[in-house]
Design a protein. Structure first.
Length: 261
């Protein structure tokens, strides 16, 4: 007569209490863990709002012209259109980004006949004049920050023979073939205590030379931050040398006739 018996087998990878004891005593090798796939989690659909549009390039916005998000939302479609227009205008706008040295023979082509609508900041300088060196250093930083504006420098007497050193630095502001402003002396930019932010703010008195309204706000914030840091450094130096009282006095190298208020 056949001997029938039943053997219980649990789910794959499951162990009994007896198995666990034997593994703990070293009598049995532990079973290999059973592979289980990760639980399915659907990807969250990215919200296509104004911030999403701002982060896209012109090519990406053009490719997404038929996107349902724009077809179903008139506001987003209009926002996309305006943003794409801004990007195209920015790509078409000349880019400079440095303080370029020019010669007298290049002045008309580089300054007077610069591309239409482009602001040109021309610095007449001499290496022997300290105020010119200060302004050149600031203009180099401003030129990097605002590449849509053209910044050039030229030796004063090469540009205008016999031009007096006492008028240096001199800044000429050109646009569309016309010299719109002449600024003589560093006092127009805050004196010897000037900074790139202060130079940009001073130029913007005569138009959107350095960016638009949003850039103007950033320039003011940057200037305030720089002044706070400078003040903190002065107080720290004054405290370590016992000259705290003198820290609030005007620096001897500052221009008392500064036009910047």
């Amino acid at each position: 007569m056949t001997d029938y018996h039943t053997t219980y087998k649990g789910p794959e990878g499951e162990t009994t209490q007896w198995d666990d004891v034997q593994v703990k005593l070293g009598n049995k090798a532990p079973k290999d863990p059973v592979w289980k796939p990760d639980a399915y989690e659907p990807e969250a659909e990215q919200r296509k709002d104004a911030a999403w549009v701002e982060g896209k390039s012109a090519e990406e916005l053009e490719e997404g012209e038929d996107d349902a998000a724009f077809a179903d939302d008139r506001f987003m479609a209009e926002y996309r259109r305006k943003r794409l227009e801004e990007l195209r205008q920015g790509a078409a706008r000349p880019q400079f980004g440095s303080l370029e040295q020019i010669r007298q023979s290049e002045f008309v082509a580089q300054v007077t006949h610069a591309p239409a609508g482009v602001w040109v900041v021309c610095h007449l300088y001499k290496d022997s004049v300290q105020d010119c060196a200060i302004l050149n250093q600031c203009l180099e930083e401003v030129a990097k920050t605002y590449p849509s504006t053209k910044f050039v420098k030229i030796v004063s007497t090469e540009c205008i023979p016999g031009y007096p050193d006492q008028n240096l630095p001199t800044v000429l502001l050109y646009r569309d073939t016309k010299c719109l402003q002449t600024m003589v002396g560093l006092r127009h930019f805050g004196g010897r205590g000037t900074s790139p932010e202060l130079v940009a703010i001073s130029l913007n008195r005569h138009g959107d030379v350095c960016g638009d309204a949003s850039d103007h706000e950033a320039q003011v914030r940057g200037l305030i931050q720089r002044l706070v840091l400078q003040r903190a450094e002065e107080q720290q130096q004054g405290g370590s040398s016992g000259g705290t009282a003198a820290a609030g006095q005007q620096r001897p190298d500052e221009d008392e006739d500064s036009d910047f208020e």
